[in-house]
Design a protein around this ligand. Sequence first.
Ligand code: ADP
Length: 196
Amino acid sequence: MQIVKDNGPITGEHIAEQLNLTRATLRPDLAILTMAGFLDARPRVGYFYTGKSGTQLLTENLQKIYVKEYQSIPVVINENVSVYDAICSMFLEDVGTLFVVDKSSQLVGVLSRKDLLRASIGKQELTTLPVHIIMTRMPNVTMCERDDLLIDVAKKLIEKQIDAVPVVKKTERGYEVIGRITKTNITKAFVALGEE
Ligand code: ADP
């Protein structure tokens, strides 16, 4: 990097000469520095220093992570399912948020752990109480799409103080649930970014 900083633009051969290495030995290292964004390469001109700091490159990489790369499989239930059965689904499927759909599979609401806890401490009969009574309903459901930036979804989770959003696809009748993004997915992206 110092050689390129001082002499750039400089060809691979000239860098190799200065280091007493062959061009072939150096090639993987130059490829890594170029991919990471520290150096740039122009055909027939050579390598030059981009002048970008690690933080700048991290920000640029963050702006390239899309929902579709990190989304996981959604767990959906019908709006007429009982609160009791929804609690069972939450345990069986091991998720913290359930998405509620109508008979034509269109999104109508969201159920969180606390929604189910709240219903459970009341004096209601859980086996006959349908989830549509207690869920957060449309149009108040925060959603995202496959091609949204993950950072924008992370901002929504913070702003709305929620744990998950459905990934949806617009249909003629409403929205079809095709995935989910939770705080866990965001954490995975965060770790991957740190390990890159
Ligand atoms: P918990 O209640 O288990 O802490 P959340 O923080 O995700 O989980 O949910 C808080 C409240 O926000 C609940 O009433 C829930 O119905 C609602 N909620 C959860 N996800 C969404 C969403 N994507 N859009 C709108 N409301 C949501």
